[in-house]
Ligand binder design. Structure first.
Ligand SMILES: NC(=O)c1ccc[n+]([C@@H]2O[C@H](COP(=O)([O-])OP(=O)(O)OC[C@H]3O[C@@H](n4cnc5c(N)ncnc54)[C@H](O)[C@@H]3O)[C@@H](O)[C@H]2O)c1
Length: 322
C-alpha cells in the first residue's frame, strides 16, 4: 500500500518529537521539511538527510506530500494551517491551535469544506494514565467527581525566549502555552466548563505574559478543578500532574518524569509509567489512522476551542481584577 507522504513545517524544539514519532509509523514516509530559518534547515539536512524547502509555500507545492505537521510559533499556526488545507493537505497542528476562537472556527470550516483531517496535537491525552482514568470515571468507579487537580511546574530560566517573549506571538504566557495541556486534560476527564476564576503573575521570566497561573474551574457536572501552571519554580518532587477525587474513589496520575510515575487508584498502583515521547508517537499514529479512516481520533478541534475559551476567560478575569 502506498505510504502517506509527510512534510514537517517549523523545525524548532518540538520537531524532534514529531520526527521520532514518524519514524515509528509504517504507513508514512517523511518527504520534506521546511523552515524560514536557513541555519536551522542546514542543521536538519545533516541530521535527518531529507529534502528541505525554504518556505511553507514551496513545500505545499509538493504533490506527493499528503499531510503536514505545523510546528511553527503559535501565532503563525492559523496562517499556516489555512494555507496547508487550501493546498489539499491533512494537518496535524501543535497546541495552541490558534490565538483566537474565530481562527479555530475558520480552520474547522475550511477543513470540513475540503474534506480534510485537521487535528490539534493534544498529546497528553494519549498518556496511558489519562486514557485509563477516563475509563474508570466513565465506569463510575470514582462515584461522583468532586475535585480535579492539574499541576505542572518547571524552572525556565531562559536568556532568549524567542517568540514566547511577546504577548502577540505567544497569545499570552505560561497558561496558553504549557497550561493548554492541563486544561484540555481537565475538560477530557471532568467535562465542559463555563465558570472560570483565575490569578496570573509574572515573577521573573523575561516575557510579556505571565510565568505563573492558577485557574479554578467549575465544570457543568458540578465538579471543581484547579489548574496550576508555572515556569518560575523548579518542582523538586516532580509532583504528579493530575489528581481526581470522587465520592467513592481517588485517582493520582504521576507525571512523565516522576520516578513513581504511573496511575494509582485509591493508593494502589494500577498502571506503570509512560515516557513523554510515547504520547507524541500515539498522537501521530492517531492522526494517520484518522486519515486512513481507521478510527475516530481522540483529539479534535472542538477541544481546542473549549480550551482556548477557558484561557481567554482566565485572562479576562485577571484584567477585571487589576
Ligand atoms: N505538544 C507539546 O508538548 C509542545 C511542546 C513545546 C512546544 N509546542 C508547540 O510547538 C510550537 C513550536 O514550538 P517550539 O518550541 O518548537 O518553537 P521553536 O521556536 O523552537 O521553533 C519554531 C520554528 O518555526 C520556524 N518558523 C517561524 N516562522 C516560520 C515561517 N513563517 N515559516 C516556516 N518556519 C517558521 C522557526 O524558524 C523555528 O525553527 C508552538 O506552538 C508550541 O506551543 C508543543
Amino acid at each position: 500500500m502506498k505510504k502517506i507522504g509527510v512534510g514537517l513545517i517549523g523545525l524548532g524544539g518540538i520537531a524532534d518529537f514529531h520526527y521520532q514519532g514518524l519514524k515509528g509509523n509504517d504507513s508514512v514516509t517523511l518527504l520534506g521539511i521546511a523552515d524560514a530559518n536557513k541555519e536551522i534547515l542546514r542543521k536538519r539536512i545533516d541530521e535527518w538527510k531529507v529534502i528541505v524547502y525554504n518556505s511553507i509555500d514551496e513545500i505545499l507545492e509538493v504533490e506527493e506530500i499528503d499531510a503536514v505537521h505545523i510546528l511553527t510559533p503559535s501565532d503563525k499556526h492559523f496562517e499556516h494551517v489555512i494555507k496547508a488545507l487550501e493546498a489539499g493537505k491533512h494537518v496535524l497542528v501543535e497546541k495552541p491551535v490558534a490565538t483566537s476562537l474565530k481562527e479555530i472556527e475558520n480552520i474547522k470550516d475550511v477543513a470540513e469544506k475540503k474534506n480534510l483531517i485537521c487535528l490539534p496535537n493534544h498529546n497528553h491525552l494519549y498518556t496511558a494514565g489519562i486514557i485509563e482514568a477516563r475509563k474508570l470515571i466513565d465506569e463510575e468507579k470514582l462515584g461522583k467527581i468532586v475535585y480535579g487537580e492539574f499541576f505542572a511546574s518547571g524552572l525556565l530560566n531562559l536568556d532568549n525566549w524567542g517568540w514566547r517573549a511577546s504577548l502577540k506571538s505567544a497569545g499570552g504566557g505560561a497558561l496558553i502555552d504549557s497550561g493548554t495541556h492541563l486544561i484540555y486534560q481537565a475538560l477530557y476527564l471532568l467535562g465542559s466548563c463555563n465558570k472560570v476564576k483565575a490569578m496570573t503573575k509574572k515573577f521573573f521570566c523575561k516575557i510579556e505574559g505571565e510565568d505563573t497561573a492558577a485557574v479554578l474551574l467549575e465544570h457543568d457536572s458540578g465538579a471543581i478543578s484547579c489548574i496550576v501552571q508555572s515556569w518560575a519554580s523548579k518542582d523538586y518532587f516532580q509532583t504528579p500532574e493530575v489528581k481526581i477525587l470522587g465520592t467513592k474513589g481517588q485517582l493520582w496520575i504521576g507525571n512523565s518524569l516522576y520516578e513513581n510515575r504511573g496511575l494509582y487508584f485509591n493508593g494502589e498502583k494500577i498502571l506503570d509509567g509512560w515516557p513523554i515521547e510515547t504520547t507524541f508517537t500515539k498522537a501521530i499514529d492517531d492522526f494517520y489512522n484518522a486519515i486512513q479512516g481507521k478510527r475516530q481520533p481522540l483529539s479534535n478541534l472542538e477541544q481546542s476551542s473549549e480550551t482556548l475559551k477557558i484561557v481567554q476567560k482566565a485572562y479576562e478575569n485577571c484584567l477585571r481584577k487589576s
